[in-house]
Design a binder for this molecule. Structure first.
Ligand SMILES: CC(C)(COP(=O)(O)OP(=O)(O)OC[C@H]1O[C@@H](n2cnc3c(N)ncnc32)[C@H](O)[C@@H]1OP(=O)(O)O)[C@@H](O)C(=O)NCCC(=O)NCCS
Length: 147
């Protein structure tokens, strides 16, 4: 499994994964805002034999890395790829001297919440109706300077 930086040319493959993983998928423009965003954008993909099977995207805001999207193709879930993508962003943050990583996750997304907690993230707040009426988000952060 190769973890590498995402390029604008990868977006069509990311859209396929996005559609498999979410009922309310991001449009192409949302990916372009992050992957095509020079130094402010974060974008990494997991590639297996030349095929993209997962991705993580986000933006840098001052001293924080904000993860906005992570998904692994359903056929490849549960093989450690999500963890590797999160670890790649962690390494990026440390190399760039960022203070923390933050992300929002649906409160009922047990698999994702478990992954983030196992990587040292802490739930620090709730965003009510973040994903629509009755669909709250938990805000998770990981301090990069504390370790
Ligand atoms: C969340 C997601 C990115 C995780 O990626 P993944 O490659 O499947 O995860 P990994 O294989 O790296 O597993 C990481 C941890 O997640 C948890 N996990 C993964 N699959 C699981 C499953 N089927 N049941 C329970 N826990 C599971 C485990 O805690 C695992 O840790 P472990 O390796 O110590 O067992 C992936 O499930 C996905 O794309 N889901 C749909 C989109 C989504 O919900 N994204 C998150 C939005 S915030």
């Amino acid at each position: 499994m190769l973890i590498r930086q995402a390029h604008v040319e990868d977006i069509s493959q990311l859209l396929d994964i996005e559609h498999y993983c979410y009922d309310d998928p991001w449009p192409r423009e949302a990916f372009e805002e992050e992957i095509g965003n020079g130094v402010a954008g974060i974008g990494m993909v997991a590639e297996d034999d030349g095929i993209i099977v997962g991705f993580i995207t986000g933006l840098t805001m001052a001293q924080e890395l904000q993860v906005h999207n992570i998904a692994v193709h359903p056929d490849y879930q549960g093989r450690g790829i999500g963890r590797q993508l999160m670890e790649a962003v962690d390494a990026l943050g440390r190399a760039g001297d960022y203070k923390r990583i933050s992300l929002e996750v649906r409160q009922d997304n047990d698999i994702a919440c478990k992954l983030y907690m196992s990587l040292g993230f802490k739930a620090v707040g709730t965003r009510k109706d973040f994903y629509g009426p009755g669909q709250d988000a938990s805000l998770y952060t990981k301090e990069l300077t504390a370790e």
